[in-house]
Design a protein around this ligand. Structure first.
Ligand code: PLP
Length: 463
């Protein structure tokens, strides 16, 4: 026996949503850090399992409000844990609109003008990288933008690989010892082998050493391996270091390697004339990953892979499907150039934010984040209990609290509702990694944060 089909219309749901937005903003103002809730408590507070019978919307809405106010708050002035933070009203509303319209970004037939917005963003971002012509695709995150780059590089270097696989070949990928884990993970996914990703030594600042790269490539080639790809990182996850792209491009050119730049984090530094020198040489790369959901402040996910020529994506990702691809000009069917079939509209929020802020607004945003990193570094230097690991190279500030277990300290900060921040290892030592990615943070918030680190350090000491 089946029952009646339930009415589940937008107007009723939207009314409670408006109230919910108000509650979320109020909760964030009153309590910028929500202390973590133990999983057992969550289980008591929320019906985790789907029910057998329909529930009244008003009941479900109460659960939604609980959920919305009990979880971590990533948009407040006390959240420094991740490479994203803050909230742009324009982009947030645009992303909600994307849900409302529910297009799938594979064909012009189903996504219409949104395909053109996406193409315009790809061209504009490609021009910022320095490409004369740009092709690209939005992927769900930098890891997967990197994945597409690795698939293309593999297929270009090992021409049979798309049809026959790469059995019997010995491909080698190079990435700095401080590069992102997605490179290794992706190598495991696409048959390159995690072990064939060589970790290249970095200098004192955490930047890939191009001489070490050249030496490793030559040595591997001599022993019968096939070096084919180097990944430079523009903005490393922990230290915010930038590999010297020009020097990497020289090596890549001389050794016949595909040069990919993983600018998931630091690609946005191209937006400001004060920081773009950190990416000098990036117009020479074969592919470039850029996450807009990090330093550009749009909601997750919005990530682009950019390429300096056309045709590669289609040659390597398209499939025939006459039930789907039906005769729009091919360049207007992004589904022929993307990883996914059904694909969320990750362009609309970025397009909207860019309309609102313009190139100049984003430049100011980047400059402000850079200034906040300096303010934090100065604050660390001024406090005798804290020790700065190095001058911040971009937006990341790494510091130690000598004699104190920073992992413990950081959980106490979170548990007591003071701040959310991460830890990492630099030069084999545990450090606090603070990131300036939310330009709405004010100087006083930075000082408040450092003061709470110091007082927790004293408390941890005394315990
Ligand atoms: C964040 C990051 C990634 C992964 O991007 P996601 O969007 O989280 O998948 C890859 N590389 C670098 C350098 C990053 O900072």
């Amino acid at each position: 026996m089946t029952g009646e089909v339930l009415k589940d219309g937008l107007p009723e749901a939207f009314e409670s949503f408006r109230a919910l937005v108000g509650r979320v903003l109020e909760a964030e103002r009153e309590e910028p850090v929500r202390a973590p809730i133990p999983p057992q408590v969550v289980e008591r507070m929320l019906p985790l399992r789907p029910p057998e019978h329909p529930r009244p919307w008003s009941d479900v809405a109460v659960d939604l409000e609980r959920l919305a106010t009990l979880g971590p708050r990533t948009s407040t002035q006390a959240f420094f844990n991740q490479l994203f933070g803050g909230r742009l009203g324009s982009a947030t509303v645009a992303d909600m609109l994307a849900c409302l319209l529910n297009h799938s970004m594979y064909t012009f037939k189903v996504a219409g003008p949104h395909v053109l917005l996406e193409k315009a963003l790809i061209s504009h971002m490609g021009r910022l990288v320095g490409f004369e012509e740009t092709e690209g695709t939005f992927a769900p995150g930098g890891s997967l933008s990197n994945l597409v780059a690795m698939i293309l590089a593999r297929n270009v270097h090992f021409p049979g690989s798309r049809e026959e696989g790469i059995d019997g070949q010995r491909p080698m990928v190079y990435v700095s010892a401080e590069g992102h884990y997605s490179i290794k993970k992706n190598a495991g996914l696409i048959g390159l082998g995690r072990r064939n990703v060589r970790s290249v030594p970095v200098d004192d600042s955490g930047r890939m050493d191009p001489h070490a790269l050249r030496a490793a490539v030559r040595e591997d080639a001599r022993s019968g391996l096939e070096p084919f790809m180097v990944v430079g990182t523009a903005g490393t996850t922990v230290r915010g270091a930038f590999d010297p792209i020009d020097a990497l491009a020289d090596v890549a050119e001389a050794e016949g390697l595909w040069l990919h730049v993983d600018g998931a984090y630091g690609g946005s530094l191209l937006l400001s004339s004060n920081t773009r020198h950190l990416l000098a040489g990036c117009h020479r790369v074969d592919s470039f990953t850029w996450d807009a959901h990090k330093l550009m402040g749009v909601p997750l996910t919005s990530s682009v892979l950019l390429l300096p020529r056309s045709g590669l994506l289609e040659r390597n990702l398209s499939e025939a499907a006459d039930y789907l691809f039906q005769g729009s000009a091919e360049s207007l069917d992004p589904g022929q150039r993307s990883l996914q079939c059904g694909r969320r509209n990750d362009a609309l929020k970025l397009w909207t934010a860019w309309q609102r802020h313009g190139d100049q607004g984003f430049a100011a945003r980047i400059d402000r984040c850079r200034a906040l990193a300096r303010i934090c570094a100065d604050g660390v230097r001024d406090r005798p209990r804290l020790r700065l690991v190095e001058e911040p190279q971009s937006m990341n500030v790494c510091f130690e609290v000598p004699g104190v277990d920073v992992d413990r300290l950081v959980s106490k900060l979170n548990d007591s509702g003071q701040a959310v921040v991460g830890t990492a290892s630099v030069h084999g030592r545990r450090v606090i990694r603070w990131v300036a990615v939310n330009p709405e943070i004010r100087e006083e918030h930075v000082h408040q944060f450092l003061a709470s680190v110091e007082s927790e350090a004293t408390a941890v000491d005394a315990a």
